[in-house]
Ligand binder design. Structure first.
Ligand code: COA
Ligand code: MG
Length: 296
């Protein structure tokens, strides 16, 4: 399952669902949480269930994106009802917001076990992603995702809810960079993902008209290790897909590194064009080819 671009779609907007279906996003996150007003929560459950029935794999109106649902946080008491409405054939995953740690994954997974069986689905088939930095408690539990729950495929992070949780008045410096608490959250999300062996997904870029700014920020994210990114607007998807896919040059360089090591199988360190390459570079090159869909 590709987790490069994950586009949020408010769970009560038919128009946006249609538009999102044509966006080319790897994942559509059908939202029942904060993009839906309290008065629309109940209606949104039925609307999202209808989309999954219509557009899930094997349906006549199937979309190319995997369908995930962001449920309401466990603390609201709404999560179980959300799951009961949307766990049906065609659902690929659940995004858990405001999670405090791996215990929330276990709690949602136990509900999924029951609901999948009742819906005639393979138990364990619905995957889980977590927004892992939205509460103060969560910040102390990033290590709890290791070892990973078998359903866990990725972690992402969020700054807005964390700001509100700690009573911050802003989360960016005047030049647009994250302030320290959010740089910590972002970094810990990366380390927690690498530790658990799941995909690190960078948070959203709020200024959805600024394609150039998004591109710069995605390049930084990829440089640091993120493998995908949340989108909030269909216009962001193309940039995200491009920035998180290996470029032709990346692939060519990876092939050169792998070929050089294969040609000298007894060496752990080699030189190419005056630069040193050792085993971590070889592993990175293998990952690049895998991300490009090529066997090393
Ligand atoms: N998914 C699908 N379609 C979307 C979309 C999205 N996330 N965001 C915008 N669109 C559609 C709009 O409906 C509009 O369609 P139209 O041309 O048929 O009218 C078109 O794209 C252009 O939209 P635009 O005018 O540029 O933006 P907007 O002011 O209508 O919407 C937001 C701005 C932020 C409200 C909207 O992008 C949005 O709802 N994003 C997702 C928010 C969300 O889910 N947040 C939760 C996670 S933080
Ligand atoms: Mg939020």
């Amino acid at each position: 399952m590709k987790l490069r671009s994950l586009l949020f779609v408010p769970g009560d907007s038919e128009k946006k669902f249609v538009r999102a279906s044509q966006s080319g996003a790897d994942v559509l996150i059908l939202d029942l949480e904060d993009a839906v007003a309290p008065s629309m929560k109940e209606a949104a459950r039925a609307i999202v269930a209808g989309w999954i029935d219509r557009a899930g794999p094997n349906q006549i109106g199937a979309v190319s994106s995997s369908l995930f649902v962001r449920v309401n946080p466990l603390t609201t008491g709404l999560a179980e009802g959300d799951l009961a409405a949307v766990v049906r054939p065609g659902l690929a995953g659940i995004l858990i917001p405001k999670a405090d740690g791996a215990q929330d994954v276990a709690a949602i997974a136990a509900m999924l076990d029951r609901l999948e069986a009742a819906a005639g689905m393979v138990v364990g088939s619905v995957r889980i992603m977590v927004v892992a930095t939205e509460t103060a408690t969560a910040m102390f539990n990033l290590g709890s995702y290791t070892p990973p729950h078998p359903r866990l495929v990725g972690l992402t992070w969020g700054a807005e809810d964390l700001s509100s949780a700690i009573g911050a008045t802003a989360n960016k410096e005047a030049d647009g960079r994250w302030t320290d608490p959010y740089r910590l959250a972002r970094s810990l999300c990366l380390f927690a993902s690498a530790s658990a062996g799941v995909v690190p997904v960078d948070t959203l870029y709020v200024d959805f008209r600024d394609a150039a700014g998004l591109e710069v920020d995605c390049r930084r994210a990829r440089r640091d290790g993120f493998l995908g990114r949340i989108a909030i607007h269909p216009d962001q998807v193309e940039t995200i897909n491009r920035c998180f896919s290996p470029s032709d040059e990346d692939v060519a360089q990876a092939r050169r590194i792998i070929a050089a090591f294969a040609a000298q199988p007894d060496l752990g360190t080699i030189g190419i064009d005056g630069k040193m390459y050792d085993i971590p570079h070889l592993k990175a090159a293998q990952k690049t080819l895998a991300a490009a869909g090529e066997a090393p």
